[in-house]
Design a protein around this ligand. Structure first.
Ligand code: AMP
Length: 363
């Protein structure tokens, strides 16, 4: 029986472990928290820091293939392991995604349009870049930003002063895209073939993904196909294998790369029930060397992220029976208003029905 090693034990690791088990695979996860969600579903657990080289090596020794569900694994520890053990995605997609400047340069070089951007390191380069890109624009730290942390929208010269604290670390200034909506491409490539999950419309709230609607109603004709083709060519041009999620801004019949993550993605949770196969299962199949399965939409689906503020509503929903409603709670002990605690999938539901029937249950 093959064993998959997972660096990181959050909800993405939990769902990967659950799907791996359905395929007859074992899993072992490494996470610094003894009560990490994934440990509940894994066959083995290693409680250690992400930069604990000996613990990571132990994870690799116990595994036939290793993956990561946590983006900031440092290269110093991963690179030596990639040379010695089977880590099929390698370090490259992580490296490319760990710095927003490098990430956008790579995206452009490999076929995606991106918003205009400039590297900024101090007040002078910020002023110059803002003059070139115009307002509004978005200042982001180049590394370690997520869910809107480490960024600020600048609307005029008078916002420059309050953005200066971000410049304690290298930043990137981006033109603001007045998008119609956001979308993500979730792809798995085995080196020859790339499968792409149906594209949905993502809605963010407080900088965090709140809702996904699949299919994305109102997508311009032919746009989904162009997104898929651009994504597939990107995987090939970069030489990436395994899973990759690319977040896009969409306006009319155009789309721009925003960021990417070489791991299962929050916007792909809906595939567990709304699709003929799901992102975790296909990643596990890739890792185990099994052939990939082409995903197809099973029914229109809505995914609602459950943050701490929605937890009571989700628990009430879980205690009821509603056809096509699937409540996932990740078992995190400590709830905070903006912490991801679970998600709910509404299968056979579209945006209008969600608004009429379910939206008011949540804060
Ligand atoms: P990010 O961490 O880059 O994904 O940014 C978090 C959210 O901020 C995105 O999902 C968008 O809603 C918004 N955002 C980020 N960059 C831009 C941009 N260049 N133009 C417009 N909105 C943006």
């Amino acid at each position: 029986m093959k064993t998959i090693g997972i660096i990181g034990g959050g909800q993405l690791g939990l769902m990967l472990a659950q799907e791996a088990r359905r395929l007859g695979l074992r899993t072992v996860a490494l996470d610094p928290a003894a009560d990490a969600p994934a440990f509940a579903a894994c066959d083995g657990r290693i409680v250690a820091a992400y930069d604990d080289a000996a613990a990571l090596e132990e994870l690799c020794r116990q595994s036939d293939a290793v993956t990561y569900e946590f983006e900031n694994v440092p290269g110093e520890v991963l690179v030596p392991l990639v040379e010695k053990y089977n880590i099929p995605q390698g370090f490259r997609p992580l490296y490319d995604s760990q710095d927003r400047l490098r990430e956008k340069e790579n995206a452009r070089a490999c076929g995606f349009a991106t918003p205009d951007y400039a590297a900024v390191d101090d007040e002078r380069s910020l002023r110059e870049a803002a003059a070139r890109l115009g307002y509004p624009c978005v200042l982001k730290t180049r590394t370690l930003g997520y869910d809107g942390h480490g960024q600020a929208v600048l609307r005029s010269d008078s916002d420059l002063a309050k953005a200066l604290p971000l410049l304690a670390v290298p930043c990137i200034l981006e033109a603001f895209v007045d998008f119609d909506f956001e979308a993500s491409l979730v792809m798995v490539c085995d080196g020859v073939r790339t499968i792409t999950f149906p594209i949905g419309r993502n809605v963010h709230r407080d900088g965090i993904l709140d809702l996904c609607f699949v299919p994305a109603e109102g997508l311009a004709p032919g746009l989904e196909e162009r997104m898929r083709q651009t994504g597939e060519r990107f995987m090939q041009a970069c030489g990436y294998t395994g899973i990759l999620a690319v977040e896009l801004f969409v306006k009319g019949d155009r789309f721009w790369f925003n960021e990417m993550a070489p791991r299962p993605h929050n916007s792909g949770h809906w595939t567990l029930e709304g699709c003929t196969t799901n992102q975790y299962r296909e990643l596990a199949r890739f890792l185990a060397g099994m052939p990939l399965e082409e995903p197809r939409l099973a029914a229109p689906t809505v995914m609602k992220n459950i943050l701490g503020r929605d937890l009571d509503a989700a628990r009430r929903l879980a205690a009821q029976t509603h056809e096509g409603v699937y409540v996932h709670l990740y078992g995190k002990r400590e709830s905070r208003p903006l912490r991801k605690m679970g998600h709910v999938t509404f299968v056979g539901c579209d945006a209008a029905e969600y608004a009429a029937r379910w939206a008011e249950r949540f804060a």
